[in-house]
Design a binder for this molecule. Structure first.
Ligand SMILES: Nc1ncnc2c1ncn2[C@@H]1O[C@H](COP(=O)(O)OP(=O)(O)O)[C@@H](O)[C@H]1O
Ligand SMILES: [Mg+2]
Length: 460
């Protein structure tokens, strides 16, 4: 690998202009394509002392992937060739040149961004990630960081055009399934799971979050304090609480708790779910109603609300009165049985057993079914319990970041015009307190204040 390469002609076509970056055994340069008179970018991999087959594998993957990507904010693949000059041998990947400087260079040069601009950048980059993660199989960039993001100057109201470059670390999920694991990425911008070679699309979200934190703090993630793998940046920034929460979800160390996709992250940016590891602010809380049978257990990790059995409501009494005759086998049924085949008799018998089971369940529920509503750091769980036996359906496990709204409203939903306390995610009702218990207005307001406080979610 020659020290001075400017003016060197590659493949009798590309005349090197200047160097953009250099790493052991590799170089990125700009060149003039003599055929088209366009400026292009050439990435060179040298077959020298530093050569490693692993590098060639990634280099070839970079070319193949770039060849199949068509996005206005990603460089276009132009050419690939091997070169064999007197001193230099290697491989070259030619791509379109983007006239913009990297975020790293711009921040070093003193460019600063407002919160709105950072959000604009974030949205634009998330849209690129959405495109990559949507590919079949999904493409994970794995090396999102300030030097791999290019940005033009401000124009009008816009922060500038943003581009994602350097697909030299990409992974498609297919490649990950079998064989060896390669750890690539940049320390400080890599999520914990990537150290173990386990990458998911959400891994790119972490790197993007760390990049945005660098933009708002001016500090590399490694220069910021950490607590249990959480990057502590709030003390170093001047952004809204909401945006800080959103950034925290992006760099959430646990893959399971982080936003699951670029789409979800994008949808949450203006109205992010609250972070809940903060100390509750006791001012807003209401006193526990004196008469309540609801139990509330609060620890730093968990808020648990135990709703007592519902007792016998009109609906339940009606249902029980309808089922009872079937269960006890009224004379009408015995008539049918005595006059017909053994098969019909068997069906009736099954009906009777079924009715007895349902009746038993309804009675037990009314007398003893408790509902435990638990809010933990990452999920909300609804657990049903009768005499110590517990069960839970899939819909009763709700990711905390999904919770978007907490409301006390008149329940027009059921046309009964009854007050109800609801928890909603973006589109749906996820929990409806009054369906599980008969709350009084005082109880409802007390619980609403507690939950709102715990989730740091404003009541509506
Ligand atoms: N298509 C491009 N247009 C303009 N500049 C680019 C382009 N690709 C890369 N660069 C610049 O060159 C630098 C090095 O290229 P990159 O692809 O990141 O190589 P490396 O794998 O060595 O990090 C980048 O940080 C970026 O500033
Ligand atoms: Mg790079």
């Amino acid at each position: 690998m020659n020290a001075n390469i400017s003016n060197q002609l590659l493949n009798q076509r590309y005349q090197i202009i200047r160097e953009l970056g250099r790493q052991p055994g590799r170089r990125t340069v700009t060149a003039l394509d003599l055929e088209t008179q366009q400026q292009v970018v050439v990435k060179l991999l040298y077959l020298g002392q530093d050569f490693d087959w692993q590098d060639l594998k990634l280099f070839e993957r970079e070319s193949t992937i770039l060849k199949n990507l068509y996005h206005p904010q990603i460089p276009r693949y132009l050419d690939y060739f091997e070169f064999d000059a007197t001193n230099d041998k290697g491989f070259a990947l030619v791509q379109t040149y983007i006239e913009a400087q990297s975020l790293e260079v711009q921040l070093q040069a003193g460019r600063r961004f407002s919160e709105d601009e950072v959000k604009e950048l974030a949205k634009s980059l998330l849209a690129i990630l959405e495109y990559l993660h949507e590919q079949q199989p999904p493409i994970i960039h794995r090396d999102i960081k300030p030097s791999n993001i290019l940005l033009t100057n401000r124009s009008g109201n816009s922060v500038g055009e943003v581009y994602l470059v350097d697909f030299g670390s990409v992974q498609n999920i297919a490649a990950q399934e079998g064989g060896t694991i390669t750890v690539v990425g940049t320390y400080g911008y890599m999520p914990p799971e990537q150290f173990g070679g386990r990458t998911k699309p959400a891994s790119d979200l972490y790197s993007l979050g760390a990049t945005l934190i660098y933009i708002v703090t001016g500090l590399h993630p490694t220069e910021l304090p950490q607590q249990d793998l959480h990057i502590q940046f709030r003390q170093a920034v001047d952004v809204s609480q909401e945006f800080a929460s959103w950034l925290e979800w992006m760099v959430e160390p646990s893959l399971e708790k982080r936003f699951a996709s670029a789409k979800i992250a994008l949808a949450a940016i203006e109205n992010p779910p609250a972070r809940i590891n903060l100390v509750p602010d006791s001012k807003q809380l209401l006193n526990k109603p004196l008469q309540t049978k609801i139990r509330l257990i609060k620890t730093p990790e968990k808020l648990e609300i135990i709703l007592p059995p519902t007792g016998f409501g009109i609906g339940l009494v009606t249902l029980i009165s309808c089922l009872t005759p079937i269960a006890i086998g009224s004379p009408f049924f015995s008539q049918i049985i005595s006059n017909s085949s053994a098969f019909i008799g068997f069906i009736v018998w099954l009906l009777q057993i079924g009715a007895i089971a349902i009746l038993a369940f309804l009675l037990l529920s009314a007398i003893n079914k408790r509902t435990r509503v638990q809010f933990q750091s990452n999920e909300m769980n609804i657990i049903n319990e009768i005499f110590g036996f517990t069960w839970q359906s899939n819909e009763e496990i709700i990711p905390i970041y999904d919770i978007a709204q907490l409301t006390v409203v008149y329940d027009t939903y059921e046309t009964r015009l009854k007050e109800n306390l609801f928890i909603f995610n973006k589109n749906n009702l996820v929990f409806d307190f009054d369906r599980y218990s008969n709350l009084t207005t005082l109880e409802r307001e007390w619980l609403a204040a507690e939950i709102s406080n715990w989730l740091k979610l404003q009541m509506r």
